[in-house]
Design a protein around this ligand. Structure first.
Ligand SMILES: [Zn+2]
Length: 377
């Protein structure tokens, strides 16, 4: 008797960042032509690059100070990749592209100049994210990001989705409140129908967001997305949708904005129990969300909906799981890969093998297609 191999252990939620990475010349997606209008494959807004969080991150990662941007970028890429490539408790990690802010009429807005203005804080092209997978196809998977309002000539965002799906993408990431995505806009609905047709999952962030700009707080609430998914499900057109961070607020016990989390939990355990709606546990081992992880794991009917992700390079905090880690605490704290550390903490906190392998299960056909493209037998 033969049985299918167990699904891979996949971290479905990892980021990369670059201050100003010039466009690579070859192997570009048709909708990301080099230099027109964007000459960069990845950037951080000056506001983001100079933020306390970024300075702390550079210090944490031991990045040399005072280097010219290009050398800082090279050091940053090497350091982030070291954590991803050396993870021993995972089979693969999805590295996510991150599309720019778009206005409602579909215009891309570049780097955000200051706190009040609209614009983009983090950008990573699909071309660059795909190149990371192409360099390390046994460790990395390509997570795409396409704003549903994007258009290039006659090409719609749904056409762009078909292009990345055929080129090895395993999922598509959106952050609606930061990127300005209305889940009920007809372009968003058309994109989701295309995702269902192509069988490519969406990873969408609801709940408060603090690191990046959040110009459109009304899109932090998953109610609009649930309404759209209800319609698509009734039409037999619902794609797999994974909601990032179980839509949790950041601060505990002074948690504000708990409604997104509450209505998501109700949807997962109730109305969408048998529909392809899931939630990732990315960033839930960080000190500000630690208690949400413990709490979420205790909710009946939700565990079967959870998917492992880390939100790397957001750090997890072993100290907040000290009693759960027990004798393992010091060993886990010193693990060289932050992705491994996140797995070890969550495992001690009660996250089961089913959750660690659910990403591999949901992405199985996509990973198979990516492996075939990368000629991995
Ligand atoms: Zn994230």
């Amino acid at each position: 008797m033969t049985s299918d191999p167990a699904p891979l252990r996949v971290d479905i939620h990892c980021h990369m960042g670059q201050i100003a990475k010039p466009c690579q010349e070859h192997d570009r997606f048709s909708f990301e032509p080099a230099g027109k209008p964007l000459s960069l494959d990845a950037y951080l807004s000056p506001r983001m690059n100079n933020s306390i969080g970024m300075r702390a991150a550079k210090w944490f990662f031991g990045l040399p100070r005072g280097l010219p941007p290009r050398e800082t970028d090279a050091a940053m890429e090497t350091t982030l990749l070291r954590h991803i490539l050396n993870a021993r408790l995972l089979d693969r990690a999805v590295v996510l592209a991150f599309d720019q802010y778009h206005t409602t009429d579909g215009q891309a807005v570049g780097a955000r100049p200051n706190r009040s203005a609209i614009g983009t804080d983090l950008y990573l092209s699909n071309t660059y994210a795909r190149s990371l997978w192409q360099r390390y196809p046994r460790r990395i998977l390509f997570g795409a990001s396409i704003h549903p309002y994007r258009r290039l000539g006659t090409m719609t965002a749904a056409d762009m989705l078909a292009e990345v799906a055929a080129a090895g993408a395993v999922l598509v990431k959106w952050l609606p409140q930061t990127q300005n995505i209305d889940a009920q806009d007809p372009r968003t609905v058309a994109f989701l129908r295309q995702a269902a047709k192509l069988e490519i999952p969406l990873l969408v962030h609801f709940g408060p967001e603090y690191t990046l700009g959040h110009h459109h707080k009304q899109f932090a609430d998953p109610a609009g997305m649930l309404q759209t998914l209800r319609q698509l499900r009734d039409d037999g057109d619902m794609p797999t949708v994974i909601i990032a961070h179980v839509a949790t607020p950041s601060m505990w016990p002074i948690a504000l904005a708990t409604r997104p989390h509450r209505i998501l939990i109700e949807a997962l355990a109730g109305e969408f129990a048998s529909a392809p709606l899931y939630a990732d546990i990315a960033a839930l081992a960080m000190f500000s969300k630690a208690r949400w992880l413990k709490r979420t794991l205790r909710i009946p009917g939700v565990r079967a909906k959870l998917v492992h992700g880390s939100d790397f390079p957001i750090p997890s905090t072993p100290l907040f799981f000290r009693s759960a880690l027990g004798k393992e605490y010091h060993r886990v704290r010193q693990m060289p890969s932050w992705l491994d550390r996140d797995v070890a903490i969550k495992s001690a906190a009660g996250v089961g093998e089913d959750v660690f392998r659910r990403g591999g299960e949901l992405l199985a056909s996509r990973i198979k297609a990516a492996d075939a493209l990368a000629s991995i037998v």
